[in-house]
Design a binder for this molecule. Structure first.
Ligand code: F6P
Length: 357
């Protein structure tokens, strides 16, 4: 008999359902009896005891379904130790729910913040398995996160669509790609979509270099230029500011995001028309790609194996194409960023992509 709890926390992404299905299939095929409790809206469900006993029907037909059957919410890690408005100790409340249901383990699907709380619960003595979800691909210790490949497809489709209209007009186009503080999604979608310039948070840009790259294309007879700009991209000048100063600058900025600032500067300096497209949350939506479905089936199976062996306190990730159990204490709180001098950046530069540096 195994009794597990499951929750999905933070911003959603494709393949959350596929991952949960993988875990449940992996367990139900290998134990006589299985009880699965699904907590609603992330840690909120665990804190306030909002859950439901799930049955095999819940996991039927969800391999291809985007979103999460459990719902999700953001519960910031830094507030976990702060009592709620009614004075409730959230960590104690989560532990009580866990013990009340007599769980063998809690399977937590989420990104970086979620992982920090997962590690906190491990430190508090709960049996935890974490599955790395996020379109941002910024979870340290795993080569890839689920949601990332599906989001690359959507962001690439967007750049592809911009390409056809760009070819009809002499304009500069900017596609702003999600990714929070890292540039993985922009880098991959940018290369896949044939962007000419890619701006990432990890490689602060010099607007003069960006304009130089656009003018070089114009001189070469190219009518248009496409920029893939990460939502977290930052100029060399702004990168020198302290976090606080930068936050203040952005709050006062007349632009909704960095892409609009880049667009306006290019327009003023070159006289060229610039258009900005923001695919936004579409990047987290829709069905998972076949790659993510396979990835989540593998991660789910590997999580089930760890649970069967009662090997807890880890993230189930991918290391060199193999599923791996990575101790939470080694990875929680760390961020996987794009190294400015890594191979893929060097290769992108070799084929003429400018990073504005
Ligand atoms: O972490 C996933 C992500 O989509 C980021 O790429 C983005 O910065 C953020 O979530 C958006 O968060 P929200 O859905 O809360 O607006």
């Amino acid at each position: 008999m195994k009794r597990i709890g499951m929750l999905t926390s933070g911003g959603d992404c494709q393949a959350l359902n596929a991952a949960m299905r993988g875990v449940v299939k992996g367990l139900s095929n290998n134990v006589d009896e299985l009880e699965v409790y699904g907590f609603y809206d992330g840690y909120k469900g665990l804190i306030y005891g909002e859950y439901r006993l799930l049955t095999s029907t819940d996991f039927s037909g969800i391999l291809t379904k985007g979103g999460t059957i459990l719902g999700s919410s953001r519960q910031p890690f830094k507030l976990m130790r702060v009592p709620d408005e009614n004075g409730l100790d959230k960590v104690e409340a989560m532990k009580q729910t866990y013990y009340k249901l007599n769980l063998d383990c809690l399977v937590i699907l989420g990104g970086n913040g979620t992982q920090k709380t997962a590690n906190l619960l491990r430190e508090e003595g709960l049996n935890i398995i974490h599955l790395p979800k996020t379109i941002d691909n910024d979870i340290y210790g795993t080569d890839v996160t689920f949601g990332f490949q599906s989001a690359i497809n959507i962001a690439t489709d967007c750049i592809d669509c911009i390409h056809t209209t760009a070819a009809s007009h002499n304009r500069v186009f900017i596609v702003e790609v999600m990714g929070h503080k890292v540039g993985w999604l922009t880098l991959y979608a940018g290369i896949a979509g044939g962007a000419d310039i890619i701006l990432l948070p990890e490689i602060p840009y010099d607007i003069d270099k960006v304009i130089e790259a656009i003018e070089k294309r114009t001189k070469a007879g190219k009518g248009f230029t496409i920029l893939a700009v990460a939502e977290g991209a930052i100029s060399k000048k702004d990168a020198k500011l302290s976090k606080k100063e930068y936050k203040k600058k952005m709050e006062k900025s007349p632009y909704p995001s960095v892409s609009y600032e880049v667009a306006d500067t290019i327009k003023q300096r070159t006289g060229t028309e610039v258009r900005v497209t923001v695919p936004g949350h579409t990047q987290r939506g829709g069905s998972p790609t076949p790659y993510d479905r396979v990835l989540c089936s593998r991660l789910g199976a590997a999580a089930a194996e760890a649970i069967l062996e009662e090997d807890y306190g880890c993230m189930i990730g991918i290391v060199k194409n193999e599923t791996a159990r990575i101790p939470l204490e080694k990875v929680a709180g760390k961020l996987k960023v794009v190294e400015p001098d890594c191979q893929i950046i060097r290769e992108a530069k070799t084929i003429g992509i400018s990073f504005g540096d």
